[in-house]
Each structure stands twice: as structure tokens, then as C-alpha cells.
Design a protein around this ligand. Structure first.
Ligand code: KG4
Ligand code: ZN
Length: 362
């Protein structure tokens, strides 16, 4: 048995988990706990970095107690300590990193600095069915929208990306526009439930190539956001002229959610087919979206693609997914990262291997 203690503090969720792998490679989450700060940041309409760092400092000891980390460490049941060190908010990352390195040092264990996106990629392995390799991952979170080919632990190739906003960011901005609050994803999903997803026609954000044509697997959500702003403005003017007050929020939310899901699914399926990848994986905060999950299941099935979505509990930020990624890295790097490894606000996923280099990259 190999067990890691994993910490996640890259944005506005503090999380800790104990994750175990048995000799057959089966993974089990022994304990995991998340403390969300979203309610606090909601007052400001988005994440306040300084506030996030302070809340991580307060939350981590409580979370470590909740998962009984001290008992596991003292009993020698933990073989490594891992913490997300990139990418994310620097101050927030530092809290997890310093806590993780301190515990590793105290208990004489290796410390693994983890890449946050690698954690998201691994979150699907916390589900009942594990996707076969190679597979294509549609990673949709608050900071990233990417199509990534995965050939094995630590072996990734990015095949598509957003050229501007991430999908989650678009949900958050449009939710604010519609007066639905933060975080936008769950708020739009709830508002869209009784709406008509076909009422408004919205742009699909195709990205032009300088030499002509389009990038087939890339995304752009800034035009969609602008179209929503104009539409809301126009509807407000019309309803004011007609003496009505209410905006058709449910139809707006449903139409927006539909076009985002449709574009993500269409390009992901096309990318998978063109690259002869028959397993398609959905991860990241936006992967919690019901319409997106359902659409991907139905479209992909019609094209003989096998879909695996991360379990709902592990779509948004958590430490269990970081633990799975850490178990993979521990096999190839038994002594872990250098203890003086710092944090990086923006390290690309294809440089994640450098986190285990000597000397460390930052
Ligand atoms: O992965 P995550 O927790 O943090 C990042 O790494 O960014 O993703 C957070 C994002 C937010 O933008 C949030 O609005 C979005 O995921 N999200 C959703 C849903 N739940 C969370 N978007 C659409 N539908 C949801 N149900
Ligand atoms: Zn995330």
C-alpha cells in the first residue's frame, strides 16, 4: 500500500486528502475534506487573492484534523506529502506548499510539488470506470479550457485550447451580467433549468487561422460574452419601451449554457475522432454541468466514443485528485521534489515534469 497526504490551495477552495494505492494499482480515497470560500468571495463578485491566502491559513489545520492526518502520519501510514504548487494564485499556492513541505520535513517524507491541471486530469480515476490509454480529455475549469491527449502518467499533449476566456470564466461573467451571483456555473445551471435553450441564437466562437480557415479544436468565449451583453441591453430597452420590467433570465441562461455545451462537445468529439482516440474524458469545475454531461454522453455515444466524466464530487477543486496525480509521480520520482521548490502562478502543463528536477525550476 502507498498512501499520500495531498493539499490543494491554488484558488478559493482549501482541501486535504489521504489517498491510497494498492499493489494492483487500485486507488481509494481514505479521507478528503474541502472548505470552500466561495460565499465570502461572492460578496466581492469574484476571488480576492489576499483574502483567499488568509482563509487557506485558517482552513488547512481544521481540514488536516478532519481527515485525521496527524494519526496517519504518526502511525507511519503516509509515504509522501504533496501540495499543488502551480498554476494558481501565488499567495494561495504558498500556503499549501509551505504546509506540505513542513509536514514532509517533520515526518522525514518526500515532498511532491504538484501541477493543478494534472490533478484535474487524474480526477476521472476516482470514478468507477477508469478510461483506457491513450485518451482525450476535455478540461473545462475557471482558468482553463483545453483538449489534452493523455498517453500515460505525466505524458500529455495539448491539442486544443481557448484563445481568451475559459469556459468557467464565461459562466462566471455571464452570471454576473444576469444578476445571478458567484460562482456563475451552478447559478446559471439552476436558472437555466426551466428556460428555453433554443430561444436565442448565440455565436459559436470559432477561431480564425491567419492563413485562412479555422482552428478546428480551439475555442473563444469572449465574443459570446459580448453578444450576451448586447442581447441583455437590447432586451432591457425593449421591455422598458413595452412597460415590462423582467428580463427573460431563464431563457438567456439556458441559451447560453446550451451554446457553450454544444461547442465544447462538438469540438471535443471531432478532435477525438480525428486523432483516433475512442475514450473521451470530461474533467474540471465546468464538468459538473448537467447539460454538458448529458450532451457529451448522448453525442459521443452516437459516434462510438466511450465517455468518462469525473465524479461530481471531484469536478471542482479538491485534494483527492492531487493525491492521485501524486501517487503517479511518486512511482517515477521516489525522492519527490526539491524541498526548496517554490510556487508558480503560470506553469504550462507540459512543463510539469520540471517540478521534480534538481535544482528546481523556481
Ligand atoms: O476546477 P474549478 O473548481 O477551479 C479552477 O481550477 O478554475 O472550476 C471552477 C469553475 C467556476 O468558473 C465555476 O463557475 C465552474 O467551474 N462551475 C460550473 C459548475 N460548477 C462549477 N460551471 C458550469 N456548471 C456547473 N454546474
Ligand atoms: Zn481547478
Amino acid at each position: 500500500m502507498t498512501t499520500v497526504l495531498a493539499l490543494e490551495t491554488s484558488c478559493d477552495e482549501s482541501a486535504a486528502a489521504l489517498v491510497e494505492r494498492d499493489p494492483q494499482g487500485r486507488i481509494a480515497v481514505l479521507a478528503h475534506a474541502v472548505a470552500s470560500q466561495v460565499e465570502e468571495h461572492a460578496r466581492w463578485g469574484g476571488v480576492v487573492p489576499e483574502l483567499a491566502s488568509r482563509r487557506h491559513v485558517e482552513a488547512l489545520p481544521v481540514l488536516l484534523e478532519r481527515i485525521d492526518a496527524a494519526a496517519a502520519l504518526r502511525a507511519g501510514r503516509v509515504q509522501a506529502v504533496a501540495a499543488t504548487v502551480a498554476p494558481g494564485l501565488s499567495g494561495a499556492l504558498l500556503v499549501g506548499s509551505v504546509t506540505g513541505r513542513t509536514l514532509a520535513r517533520l515526518y522525514g517524507l518526500p515532498f511532491l510539488g504538484m501541477h493543478h491541471l494534472e490533478g484535474h486530469l487524474c480526477s476521472v480515476r476516482l470514478g468507477e470506470r477508469t478510461p483506457s490509454l491513450p485518451h482525450l480529455v476535455l478540461l473545462v475549469s475557471g482558468g482553463h479550457t483545453e483538449l489534452i491527449r493523455v498517453d500515460g502518467p505525466g505524458r500529455f499533449e495539448r491539442l486544443g485550447r481557448s484563445h481568451d476566456d475559459a469556459a468557467g470564466e464565461a459562466f462566471d461573467k455571464v452570471a454576473r451580467l444576469l444578476g445571478l451571483g458567484y460562482p456563475g456555473g451552478p447559478a446559471i445551471q439552476a436558472a437555466a433549468e426551466l428556460g428555453d435553450p433554443a430561444r436565442f441564437r448565440l455565436p459559436r466562437g470559432r477561431v480564425s487561422r491567419p492563413e485562412g480557415g479555422h482552428y478546428p479544436y480551439d475555442f473563444s468565449f469572449s465574443g459570446l460574452k459580448t453578444a450576451m451583453v448586447r442581447l441583455v441591453q437590447q432586451l432591457r430597452e425593449e421591455s422598458a419601451a413595452a412597460g415590462e420590467a423582467a428580463l427573460p433570465v431563464a431563457d438567456l441562461a439556458a441559451s447560453f449554457e446550451q451554446v457553450v455545451a454544444d461547442v465544447l462537445v462538438e469540438r471535443a468529439c471531432r478532435c477525438a475522432r480525428d486523432h483516433n482516440l475512442y475514450s473521451l474524458v470530461l474533467v474540471g469545475g465546468v464538468a459538473a454541468n448537467r447539460r454538458l454531461r448529458a450532451l457529451l454522453q448522448s453525442r459521443a455515444a452516437a459516434q462510438d466514443l466511450d465517455v468518462h466524466a469525473a465524479p461530481l464530487a471531484y469536478c471542482t477543486d479538491n485534494a483527492a485528485m492531487i493525491g492521485v496525480a501524486a501517487l503517479d509521480r511518486l512511482s517515477g520520482h521516489p525522492s519527490g521534489s526539491a524541498l526548496e521548490l517554490g510556487v508558480s502562478a503560470r506553469l504550462p502543463l507540459d512543463r510539469a515534469e520540471s517540478l521534480y528536477a534538481e535544482p528546481p525550476p523556481f
